[in-house]
Write a protein that binds this ligand. Structure first.
Ligand SMILES: [Fe+2]
Length: 239
């Protein structure tokens, strides 16, 4: 990551880390490794609490956030303000889609308040919308056009070919893709995933190894207005 940050001249790096612990959840140790390797903020998703030891860590951490629309009775926060390499404050909001993921609160119920809160600190706002359905992700990006800098989709592990800057100056991509082994079924050993699908029997999944790629999206914006000027999908082979 340090080399890629330099190559792409990245001022701030946000990583969705919800599958870091063998495909499910994240541990405090893994969060520290990802932050130490050059991430400024880590977002999470539907697997946030798969590793229970992350709960206490989320209460302490300003740099690791979980979807804002989880229960108010769980640890952590869904909005943080980080500082870019050039000193620009950047708000990062994490939301969970409601289609097929059934969060305790719909993202539409909380998004306005979160964006308002973020805008009190900075016009540069990045939303990680962690969702299954392309329709919901496109709808949220469209709803937030002109209100935030970028709406980047995560969760499906499949990078989409729709990076665009909308009329209001909001960059969006429906899914930023997966950093991990692409010779797989979204990260799982293909043979195991296929066996489960073909037979309907329980099969223990294992993380695949081959075809590792870093995938994501690179957004350029004006730090004074928060308007995006460009977005491009990033896809780099590392094995
Ligand atoms: Fe997910």
């Amino acid at each position: 990551m340090p080399g890629l940050r330099e190559e792409l001249d990245v001022d701030l790096c946000v990583v969705n880390g919800e599958n870091a612990a063998d495909g499910l959840g994240i541990t405090p140790r893994l969060a520290e490794v990802i932050l130490a390797s050059g991430a400024d903020v880590i977002t999470l998703g539907n697997h946030t609490f798969r590793r229970p030891e992350i709960a206490g860590y989320l209460d302490e951490s300003e740099r690791v956030i979980r979807p804002a629309n989880l229960s108010k009775h769980v640890s952590g926060r869904g909005l943080t303000i980080a500082e870019s390499r050039t000193g620009t404050p950047v708000a990062v909001i994490n939301l969970l889609g409601q289609l097929f993921l059934a969060p305790p609160h719909g993202p539409w119920e909380v998004v306005d308040e979160l964006v308002e809160e973020a805008r009190r600190s900075t016009p540069v706002i990045l939303v990680d919308f962690h969702g299954e359905a392309t329709s919901e992700k496109v709808a949220m990006a469209s709803y937030l056009d002109g209100k935030v800098t970028a709406v980047l989709g995560t969760h499906t592990h499949i990078q989409t070919n729709d990076a665009r800057v909308s009329a209001g100056g909001t960059a969006a991509i429906t899914d930023a893709g997966m950093t991990g082994p692409h010779d797989s079924v979204i990260g799982v050993e293909a043979e195991l995933a296929i066996r489960r699908m073909r037979t309907g029997l329980p099969v223990r999944f294992e993380t695949a190894q081959g075809g590792v790629r870093i995938e994501g999206a690179l957004v350029e914006c004006n730090p004074s207005t928060g308007k995006a000027s460009s977005i491009e999908a990033v896809r780099v082979s590392v094995s």
